[in-house]
Design a protein around this ligand. Structure first.
Ligand SMILES: NC(=O)c1ccc[n+]([C@@H]2O[C@H](COP(=O)([O-])OP(=O)(O)OC[C@H]3O[C@@H](n4cnc5c(N)ncnc54)[C@H](O)[C@@H]3O)[C@@H](O)[C@H]2O)c1
Ligand SMILES: O=P(O)(O)OC[C@H](O)CO
Length: 322
Protein backbone atom coordinates (compact mmCIF):
# COMPACT_ATOMS: atom_id res chain seq x y z
CA UNK A 1 0.00 0.00 0.00
CA UNK A 2 1.23 3.52 -0.83
CA UNK A 3 2.54 5.66 2.03
CA UNK A 4 -0.16 7.79 3.70
CA UNK A 5 -0.50 11.14 1.98
CA UNK A 6 0.54 14.11 4.07
CA UNK A 7 -1.84 17.05 3.88
CA UNK A 8 -1.19 20.72 4.56
CA UNK A 9 -3.88 23.41 4.64
CA UNK A 10 -2.26 26.63 3.48
CA UNK A 11 -4.40 29.16 5.30
CA UNK A 12 -6.40 29.36 8.51
CA UNK A 13 -9.04 32.03 8.02
CA UNK A 14 -12.78 31.40 8.24
CA UNK A 15 -12.90 28.94 5.34
CA UNK A 16 -9.39 27.59 5.91
CA UNK A 17 -10.32 26.60 9.46
CA UNK A 18 -13.67 25.11 8.43
CA UNK A 19 -12.00 22.98 5.78
CA UNK A 20 -9.25 21.96 8.22
CA UNK A 21 -12.01 20.71 10.51
CA UNK A 22 -13.31 18.45 7.73
CA UNK A 23 -9.96 17.33 6.39
CA UNK A 24 -8.60 16.69 9.89
CA UNK A 25 -11.57 14.51 10.79
CA UNK A 26 -11.38 12.57 7.51
CA UNK A 27 -7.60 12.09 7.66
CA UNK A 28 -7.84 10.80 11.23
CA UNK A 29 -9.90 7.84 10.14
CA UNK A 30 -8.66 7.13 6.59
CA UNK A 31 -5.36 5.22 6.30
CA UNK A 32 -4.73 6.76 2.87
CA UNK A 33 -3.86 9.98 4.67
CA UNK A 34 -1.35 10.80 7.34
CA UNK A 35 -3.31 11.49 10.50
CA UNK A 36 -1.53 14.76 11.23
CA UNK A 37 -2.89 17.60 9.10
CA UNK A 38 -0.72 20.69 9.19
CA UNK A 39 -2.37 24.08 8.89
CA UNK A 40 -0.29 27.12 8.10
CA UNK A 41 -1.32 30.00 10.35
CA UNK A 42 -0.34 33.58 9.56
CA UNK A 43 0.76 34.23 13.12
CA UNK A 44 -0.85 36.90 15.21
CA UNK A 45 -1.50 37.61 18.85
CA UNK A 46 -5.00 37.24 20.26
CA UNK A 47 -5.64 38.30 23.88
CA UNK A 48 -1.92 38.15 24.60
CA UNK A 49 -1.47 34.61 23.20
CA UNK A 50 -0.13 33.40 19.88
CA UNK A 51 -2.93 32.14 17.64
CA UNK A 52 -0.99 28.94 16.85
CA UNK A 53 -0.60 28.26 20.58
CA UNK A 54 -4.35 28.77 21.13
CA UNK A 55 -5.22 26.44 18.24
CA UNK A 56 -2.79 23.72 19.34
CA UNK A 57 -3.86 23.91 22.99
CA UNK A 58 -7.57 24.72 22.89
CA UNK A 59 -8.27 23.41 19.35
CA UNK A 60 -10.31 26.45 18.38
CA UNK A 61 -9.41 29.20 15.94
CA UNK A 62 -10.87 31.83 18.26
CA UNK A 63 -10.37 34.65 15.79
CA UNK A 64 -11.56 33.22 12.47
CA UNK A 65 -13.83 30.31 13.39
CA UNK A 66 -14.83 30.89 17.00
CA UNK A 67 -16.98 28.41 18.83
CA UNK A 68 -16.15 25.39 16.66
CA UNK A 69 -13.69 22.72 17.78
CA UNK A 70 -10.98 21.65 15.38
CA UNK A 71 -9.83 18.03 15.49
CA UNK A 72 -6.77 17.55 17.70
CA UNK A 73 -4.76 16.15 14.77
CA UNK A 74 -4.88 19.56 13.04
CA UNK A 75 -1.52 21.09 13.87
CA UNK A 76 -1.16 24.86 13.54
CA UNK A 77 2.26 25.79 12.16
CA UNK A 78 3.39 29.44 11.94
CA UNK A 79 6.24 28.83 9.49
CA UNK A 80 4.93 28.39 5.95
CA UNK A 81 7.95 26.49 4.66
CA UNK A 82 7.92 24.10 7.60
CA UNK A 83 4.16 23.55 7.25
CA UNK A 84 4.30 22.72 3.54
CA UNK A 85 7.69 21.10 2.93
CA UNK A 86 6.73 17.43 3.44
CA UNK A 87 3.15 17.65 2.12
CA UNK A 88 1.83 15.46 -0.69
CA UNK A 89 -1.39 17.48 -0.89
CA UNK A 90 -1.48 21.25 -0.50
CA UNK A 91 -4.87 22.91 0.07
CA UNK A 92 -4.60 26.60 -0.77
CA UNK A 93 -7.22 28.62 1.10
CA UNK A 94 -6.13 32.19 1.71
CA UNK A 95 -7.55 35.51 0.54
CA UNK A 96 -6.41 35.72 -3.07
CA UNK A 97 -4.41 38.90 -2.64
CA UNK A 98 -1.78 36.97 -0.64
CA UNK A 99 -1.18 34.12 -3.07
CA UNK A 100 1.81 35.67 -4.86
CA UNK A 101 3.80 36.09 -1.65
CA UNK A 102 2.87 32.60 -0.42
CA UNK A 103 4.04 30.97 -3.67
CA UNK A 104 7.30 32.91 -3.64
CA UNK A 105 7.95 31.70 -0.07
CA UNK A 106 7.53 27.99 -0.80
CA UNK A 107 8.84 27.89 -4.38
CA UNK A 108 11.51 25.18 -4.69
CA UNK A 109 10.92 24.07 -1.09
CA UNK A 110 8.04 21.63 -1.54
CA UNK A 111 8.08 17.98 -2.66
CA UNK A 112 7.96 17.20 -6.36
CA UNK A 113 4.70 15.63 -7.51
CA UNK A 114 2.59 17.52 -4.97
CA UNK A 115 -1.13 17.73 -5.68
CA UNK A 116 -2.51 21.21 -5.15
CA UNK A 117 -6.11 22.24 -4.74
CA UNK A 118 -7.26 25.85 -4.56
CA UNK A 119 -10.32 26.89 -2.55
CA UNK A 120 -9.54 30.52 -3.27
CA UNK A 121 -12.25 32.61 -4.88
CA UNK A 122 -10.69 35.41 -6.86
CA UNK A 123 -8.74 36.13 -10.03
CA UNK A 124 -5.37 37.57 -10.89
CA UNK A 125 -5.17 40.43 -13.32
CA UNK A 126 -1.97 41.33 -15.15
CA UNK A 127 -0.54 42.39 -18.49
CA UNK A 128 -2.00 39.31 -20.19
CA UNK A 129 -5.44 39.97 -18.78
CA UNK A 130 -7.32 37.70 -16.41
CA UNK A 131 -5.56 34.71 -14.89
CA UNK A 132 -7.09 32.05 -12.68
CA UNK A 133 -5.54 31.75 -9.23
CA UNK A 134 -4.99 28.01 -9.77
CA UNK A 135 -3.00 28.89 -12.92
CA UNK A 136 -0.95 31.38 -10.95
CA UNK A 137 -0.09 28.67 -8.40
CA UNK A 138 0.58 26.08 -11.11
CA UNK A 139 2.94 28.41 -12.96
CA UNK A 140 4.79 29.62 -9.89
CA UNK A 141 5.20 26.21 -8.22
CA UNK A 142 5.06 23.80 -11.17
CA UNK A 143 2.47 21.58 -9.47
CA UNK A 144 -0.75 19.99 -10.71
CA UNK A 145 -3.75 22.01 -9.55
CA UNK A 146 -7.42 21.33 -8.97
CA UNK A 147 -10.06 23.61 -7.47
CA UNK A 148 -12.98 23.31 -5.04
CA UNK A 149 -15.82 25.82 -5.09
CA UNK A 150 -19.42 25.85 -3.95
CA UNK A 151 -22.13 27.69 -2.11
CA UNK A 152 -20.21 27.08 1.08
CA UNK A 153 -20.51 29.68 3.82
CA UNK A 154 -17.72 28.60 6.15
CA UNK A 155 -19.62 28.91 9.44
CA UNK A 156 -22.46 26.78 8.11
CA UNK A 157 -20.06 24.14 6.82
CA UNK A 158 -18.31 24.10 10.19
CA UNK A 159 -21.69 23.67 11.88
CA UNK A 160 -22.21 20.63 9.63
CA UNK A 161 -25.24 22.08 7.89
CA UNK A 162 -25.80 20.22 4.63
CA UNK A 163 -24.31 21.67 1.46
CA UNK A 164 -22.79 20.72 -1.85
CA UNK A 165 -19.50 21.62 -3.47
CA UNK A 166 -17.67 20.95 -6.72
CA UNK A 167 -14.12 19.83 -7.33
CA UNK A 168 -12.79 20.77 -10.76
CA UNK A 169 -10.04 18.32 -11.66
CA UNK A 170 -8.73 17.04 -14.98
CA UNK A 171 -7.28 13.79 -13.61
CA UNK A 172 -9.87 11.21 -12.47
CA UNK A 173 -7.58 9.56 -9.91
CA UNK A 174 -6.64 12.87 -8.34
CA UNK A 175 -10.31 13.87 -8.26
CA UNK A 176 -11.26 10.66 -6.47
CA UNK A 177 -8.50 11.08 -3.89
CA UNK A 178 -9.40 14.71 -3.19
CA UNK A 179 -13.05 13.81 -2.87
CA UNK A 180 -12.16 11.14 -0.32
CA UNK A 181 -10.25 13.73 1.64
CA UNK A 182 -12.98 16.38 1.58
CA UNK A 183 -16.39 14.72 1.49
CA UNK A 184 -18.57 14.18 4.55
CA UNK A 185 -22.24 13.32 5.01
CA UNK A 186 -23.05 17.01 5.09
CA UNK A 187 -20.44 18.33 2.64
CA UNK A 188 -21.18 16.51 -0.58
CA UNK A 189 -18.66 16.65 -3.37
CA UNK A 190 -19.17 16.36 -7.12
CA UNK A 191 -16.07 16.04 -9.29
CA UNK A 192 -16.09 17.53 -12.78
CA UNK A 193 -13.35 18.01 -15.35
CA UNK A 194 -14.10 21.66 -16.12
CA UNK A 195 -11.91 23.15 -13.41
CA UNK A 196 -11.67 26.54 -15.09
CA UNK A 197 -15.45 26.96 -15.25
CA UNK A 198 -15.79 25.99 -11.60
CA UNK A 199 -13.14 28.49 -10.60
CA UNK A 200 -14.36 31.42 -12.65
CA UNK A 201 -17.93 30.99 -11.37
CA UNK A 202 -16.64 30.89 -7.78
CA UNK A 203 -14.66 34.05 -8.37
CA UNK A 204 -17.20 36.13 -10.25
CA UNK A 205 -20.13 35.44 -7.96
CA UNK A 206 -18.47 37.58 -5.32
CA UNK A 207 -18.95 40.63 -7.54
CA UNK A 208 -22.60 39.79 -7.93
CA UNK A 209 -22.84 39.43 -4.15
CA UNK A 210 -21.56 42.96 -3.71
CA UNK A 211 -24.22 44.17 -6.17
CA UNK A 212 -26.81 42.26 -4.17
CA UNK A 213 -25.66 44.01 -1.00
CA UNK A 214 -26.02 47.33 -2.71
CA UNK A 215 -29.58 46.46 -3.70
CA UNK A 216 -30.42 45.54 -0.12
CA UNK A 217 -28.85 48.72 1.20
CA UNK A 218 -30.84 50.78 -1.26
CA UNK A 219 -34.08 49.05 -0.41
CA UNK A 220 -34.74 47.27 -3.72
CA UNK A 221 -36.52 43.92 -3.95
CA UNK A 222 -35.53 40.36 -4.72
CA UNK A 223 -36.07 40.65 -8.48
CA UNK A 224 -33.67 43.58 -8.59
CA UNK A 225 -31.11 41.75 -6.52
CA UNK A 226 -31.11 38.82 -8.90
CA UNK A 227 -31.31 40.74 -12.18
CA UNK A 228 -27.56 40.70 -12.74
CA UNK A 229 -26.99 37.00 -13.24
CA UNK A 230 -28.17 34.16 -15.48
CA UNK A 231 -29.68 32.15 -12.67
CA UNK A 232 -31.72 35.13 -11.55
CA UNK A 233 -35.05 33.43 -11.07
CA UNK A 234 -33.59 30.53 -9.17
CA UNK A 235 -31.94 32.80 -6.65
CA UNK A 236 -34.97 35.04 -6.34
CA UNK A 237 -37.40 32.22 -5.80
CA UNK A 238 -35.22 30.61 -3.18
CA UNK A 239 -35.07 33.81 -1.14
CA UNK A 240 -38.31 35.62 -1.64
CA UNK A 241 -40.81 33.51 -3.58
CA UNK A 242 -44.18 32.14 -2.53
CA UNK A 243 -43.15 28.53 -3.00
CA UNK A 244 -40.25 29.00 -0.61
CA UNK A 245 -42.40 30.88 1.91
CA UNK A 246 -45.18 28.32 1.98
CA UNK A 247 -42.75 25.41 2.10
CA UNK A 248 -41.12 26.97 5.16
CA UNK A 249 -44.50 27.32 6.85
CA UNK A 250 -45.29 23.71 5.91
CA UNK A 251 -42.32 22.61 7.99
CA UNK A 252 -43.01 24.95 10.89
CA UNK A 253 -46.78 24.52 11.25
CA UNK A 254 -47.39 20.94 10.16
CA UNK A 255 -50.38 22.15 8.09
CA UNK A 256 -50.92 20.88 4.54
CA UNK A 257 -49.71 22.77 1.47
CA UNK A 258 -53.32 23.34 0.31
CA UNK A 259 -54.36 24.80 3.69
CA UNK A 260 -51.37 27.10 3.77
CA UNK A 261 -51.85 28.19 0.19
CA UNK A 262 -55.35 29.33 1.11
CA UNK A 263 -54.30 30.96 4.37
CA UNK A 264 -51.18 32.71 3.15
CA UNK A 265 -51.68 33.57 -0.50
CA UNK A 266 -55.17 35.10 -0.58
CA UNK A 267 -56.24 33.36 -3.78
CA UNK A 268 -52.88 33.28 -5.49
CA UNK A 269 -51.74 29.83 -6.57
CA UNK A 270 -48.55 27.96 -5.88
CA UNK A 271 -46.82 26.56 -8.94
CA UNK A 272 -44.06 24.47 -7.34
CA UNK A 273 -45.90 21.48 -5.87
CA UNK A 274 -48.04 21.05 -8.99
CA UNK A 275 -45.00 21.26 -11.20
CA UNK A 276 -43.26 18.65 -9.07
CA UNK A 277 -46.20 16.34 -9.70
CA UNK A 278 -46.17 16.96 -13.46
CA UNK A 279 -42.43 16.48 -13.72
CA UNK A 280 -42.67 13.36 -11.60
CA UNK A 281 -44.95 11.80 -14.21
CA UNK A 282 -42.60 12.69 -17.04
CA UNK A 283 -39.60 11.26 -15.18
CA UNK A 284 -41.53 8.12 -14.34
CA UNK A 285 -42.33 7.51 -18.01
CA UNK A 286 -38.70 7.97 -18.92
CA UNK A 287 -37.47 5.85 -16.00
CA UNK A 288 -35.37 8.80 -14.77
CA UNK A 289 -36.69 9.37 -11.24
CA UNK A 290 -33.45 8.25 -9.57
CA UNK A 291 -31.50 10.85 -11.50
CA UNK A 292 -33.45 13.75 -9.95
CA UNK A 293 -33.52 13.18 -6.17
CA UNK A 294 -34.43 16.78 -5.33
CA UNK A 295 -37.48 16.77 -7.61
CA UNK A 296 -38.44 13.34 -6.32
CA UNK A 297 -38.10 14.33 -2.67
CA UNK A 298 -40.28 17.43 -3.13
CA UNK A 299 -42.92 15.36 -4.90
CA UNK A 300 -42.95 12.66 -2.22
CA UNK A 301 -43.20 15.17 0.62
CA UNK A 302 -45.98 17.20 -1.03
CA UNK A 303 -48.04 14.31 -2.34
CA UNK A 304 -47.09 11.01 -0.77
CA UNK A 305 -46.93 11.87 2.93
CA UNK A 306 -43.18 11.42 3.23
CA UNK A 307 -41.88 13.15 6.38
CA UNK A 308 -40.22 16.46 5.54
CA UNK A 309 -37.56 15.66 8.14
CA UNK A 310 -36.18 13.15 5.63
CA UNK A 311 -35.60 15.81 2.97
CA UNK A 312 -31.87 16.11 3.54
CA UNK A 313 -31.29 12.38 3.66
CA UNK A 314 -32.85 12.17 0.15
CA UNK A 315 -30.25 14.64 -1.10
CA UNK A 316 -27.37 12.96 0.66
CA UNK A 317 -27.72 10.07 -1.75
CA UNK A 318 -27.65 12.07 -4.96
CA UNK A 319 -26.22 9.94 -7.80
CA UNK A 320 -23.57 12.64 -8.37
CA UNK A 321 -22.18 11.99 -4.89
CA UNK A 322 -21.70 8.25 -5.34
N1 LIG B 1 -15.37 32.33 4.44
C1 LIG B 1 -16.14 31.67 3.64
O1 LIG B 1 -17.32 31.42 3.93
C2 LIG B 1 -15.58 31.15 2.34
C3 LIG B 1 -16.24 30.09 1.70
C4 LIG B 1 -15.77 29.62 0.48
C5 LIG B 1 -14.63 30.19 -0.08
N2 LIG B 1 -13.98 31.20 0.56
C6 LIG B 1 -12.75 31.72 -0.08
O2 LIG B 1 -11.62 31.16 0.59
C7 LIG B 1 -10.53 32.07 0.56
C8 LIG B 1 -10.01 32.27 1.97
O3 LIG B 1 -11.03 32.80 2.77
P1 LIG B 1 -11.08 32.62 4.35
O4 LIG B 1 -12.50 32.84 4.72
O5 LIG B 1 -10.42 31.37 4.80
O6 LIG B 1 -10.16 33.81 4.84
P2 LIG B 1 -10.59 35.08 5.73
O7 LIG B 1 -11.47 35.96 4.91
O8 LIG B 1 -11.05 34.61 7.04
O9 LIG B 1 -9.19 35.83 5.82
C9 LIG B 1 -8.37 35.90 6.93
C10 LIG B 1 -7.11 35.07 6.75
O10 LIG B 1 -6.12 35.82 6.01
C11 LIG B 1 -4.89 35.71 6.71
N3 LIG B 1 -3.97 36.81 6.41
C12 LIG B 1 -4.04 38.10 6.81
N4 LIG B 1 -2.97 38.78 6.32
C13 LIG B 1 -2.23 37.90 5.60
C14 LIG B 1 -1.04 37.98 4.86
N5 LIG B 1 -0.37 39.13 4.74
N6 LIG B 1 -0.58 36.88 4.23
C15 LIG B 1 -1.26 35.73 4.30
N7 LIG B 1 -2.39 35.56 4.99
C16 LIG B 1 -2.87 36.65 5.64
C17 LIG B 1 -5.33 35.71 8.17
O11 LIG B 1 -4.30 35.24 8.98
C18 LIG B 1 -6.50 34.75 8.11
O12 LIG B 1 -6.07 33.41 8.14
C19 LIG B 1 -11.07 33.35 -0.09
O13 LIG B 1 -10.68 33.35 -1.44
C20 LIG B 1 -12.58 33.22 0.02
O14 LIG B 1 -13.26 33.86 -1.05
C21 LIG B 1 -14.43 31.68 1.75
O1 LIG C 1 -18.88 35.37 2.60
P1 LIG C 1 -18.50 35.49 1.14
O2 LIG C 1 -19.29 36.53 0.40
O3 LIG C 1 -17.08 35.56 0.93
O4 LIG C 1 -18.95 34.12 0.46
C1 LIG C 1 -18.55 32.96 1.07
C2 LIG C 1 -18.63 31.82 0.10
O5 LIG C 1 -17.94 32.10 -1.08
C3 LIG C 1 -20.04 31.42 -0.19
O6 LIG C 1 -20.01 30.28 -0.98
Amino acid sequence: MAAPQKVCVVGSGNWGSAIAKIVGANAAQNPKFDSTVKMWVFEETVDGRKLTEIINTDHVNVKYLPGRKLPENVLAVPDLVEASRDADILIFVIPHQFIGRVCETIKGKIKSGVLGISLIKGVDEGPDGLKLISDVIQEKLGITMSVLMGANIANEVADEKFCETTIGCKNKNHGALLKELMQTNNFRVTVVEEHDVVEICGALKNIVAVGAGFCDGLGFGDNTKAASCGVADLITTCYGGRNRKVAEAFVKTGKSIEELEKEMLNGQKLQGPATAAEVHLILKHKNLIDKFPLFNAVYQICYQGHPVAEFISCLQNHPEHM
